[in-house]
Design a protein around this ligand. Structure first.
Ligand code: SF4
Length: 452
């Protein structure tokens, strides 16, 4: 009553066939997969193609752990077909993902290049967005200098108490037959060494906190509440096809410095001379906008700037002051000049100030400043920022929203709501490449043209 061949259980248009065909056309050795060429002597190892197919299939179906993938090879007909009934043990499966990180990232990129060469990207407009994905560590593992110092003090007290207790015990019972003393002391001292290493790492990197066991992750999140250890995943989506053109996993706590590197990499992937990228206000950064324009990239993002006044919000904002490019000064609503006063290179800002006498005698002063005179700031890249803001029209922002929401809305459920299983940037980049490869394959299948 049942079909004789496992082939007959797999539908002709099943996604697993697309995964199989895609991996078969990859040049595994060129991508850098280990054991891409089978050794002529010794025990034959698993073909990396098989393990890559299994992982893509797993991420496609929200199965990411090596133990669950091993189980799928025994009971899932599609997995049996894909693996030709091979059943690698979970350790082999896990080792493959751990040892082939950059090759897996290369396979994800290879799919993007296939899509590019097939003309699937219009590249009319790309949308950039970032999203936080939780690291494999709890918020309790976040330690600052103070916490490390307190933990070291506690440990030193315990070691001292332990040693003084031992002196008393030694007097009555000198033998430590099981070596319990040495092992307890070794544990305490090993912990002391870990704390010293973390303190040294904070000094070296200049960071305020370290996540124990997950040094690359950082506390991230919005608002004032506790921030869990996480990674910032950046993705660039082709607005017309909905495919992810480029992505990266970063330890940047905000999107503010990501506009130019992501747009530049996308332009390279698509081999374009120019590119238009739209992003939200989190990417508003004058230096990044200037760098994009210099590279032939047209950025569109709303401004994310504070109003330049210190009053109750009713004082003139900076738009009431006209900038005179030739004279490099502002003209206030009363026609007085605000001359260049101070430059802050770190914030890339120039401050301009009115004369105290002008403001003191001004009838508009109560609407302009609460101080003795008015200051206005101007960004080094003010013109690029303004151009970027003007291009971020409501229609552009609507397109951005519809382009970026779908990929993360699909990928997060594939990853247990946006949680990594692997550690550090190497592991998380590998995992994200598998998720995005699975997403892009899924998107390509779902949007294929229907036959006439
Ligand atoms: S308070 Fe000073 S800066 Fe403001 S409008 Fe009057 S003169 Fe101009």
């Amino acid at each position: 009553m049942l079909p004789d061949r496992i082939e007959d259980y797999v539908a002709a248009d099943a996604a697993v066939r697309v995964i199989d065909a895609f991996v078969d056309r990859l040049n595994m050795a060129e991508l850098g997969f280990q054991r891409a060429v089978a050794p002529s002597i010794g025990r034959p190892s698993y073909d990396p193609r098989d393990l890559l197919k299994l992982y893509i299939y797993g991420y496609f179906n929200e199965v990411r752990s090596s133990r669950r993938l091993e189980r799928e090879c025994r009971r899932n007909v599609e997995a049996m077909w894909l693996m030709r009934r091979l059943v690698p043990d979970f350790k082999t499966v896990a080792d493959f993902r751990r040892d082939n990180g950059s090759a897996i990232v290369g396979a994800c990129r290879a799919f993007v290049l296939i899509c590019r060469d097939a003309g699937l990207f219009t590249a009319r407009l790309v949308a950039l967005d970032g999203s936080l994905f939780r690291a494999v560590a709890s918020a309790k593992k976040i330690l600052g200098r103070r916490e490390i110092e307190e933990a070291r003090d506690r440990l030193d007290r315990r070691i001292a108490d332990y040693l003084s207790g031992l002196d008393t015990a030694d007097a009555s019972e000198p033998d430590d037959a099981g070596g319990a003393v040495e092992s307890a002391m070794a544990m305490l001292e090993s912990r002391r060494g870990e704390l010293d290493r973390m303190a040294g790492w904070l000094d070296e990197t200049g960071r305020a906190t370290v996540v124990e066991g997950e040094a690359d992750a950082r506390p991230m999140g919005k608002g004032k509440g506790p921030k869990p250890p996480a990674y910032n995943v950046q993705s660039v989506v082709d607005a017309d096809s909905g495919l992810i053109v480029h992505h990266d996993v970063t330890d940047e706590t905000s999107d503010n410095r990501m506009l130019h590197p992501m747009a530049r990499a996308t332009k390279d992937v698509l081999s374009l001379d120019s590119l238009t990228v739209v992003a939200d206000a989190g990417y508003s950064n004058g230096a990044q906008a200037s760098a994009c324009e210099d590279d032939g990239i047209t950025p569109c993002a709303p401004a994310n700037r504070t109003v330049n006044n210190t009053g109750d919000g009713t004082l003139f904002d900076r738009t009431a002051f006209a900038y005179d490019v030739m004279a490099d000064r502002f003209v206030c609503p009363q026609g007085r000049m605000l001359e260049r006063k101070q430059v802050m290179n770190k914030d890339r800002l120039v401050f301009y100030a009115a004369k105290p006498d002008d403001c003191g005698a001004c009838i508009l002063k109560s609407r302009c400043t609460t101080g003795s005179r008015r200051h206005v700031s101007r960004h080094f890249d003010e013109d690029a920022l303004n151009r970027m803001k003007e291009r971020a029209t409501p229609e552009m922002m609507r397109i951005r929203r519809s382009a970026v929401e779908h990929p993360f809305g699909t990928i997060k459920p594939m990853m247990a709501g946006g949680r990594f299983l692997t550690r550090n940037l190497n592991g998380t980049r590998t995992e994200m490449a598998l998720s995005i490869l699975a997403y892009n394959i899924m998107r390509t299948i779902n949007t294929k043209p229907t036959p006439a």
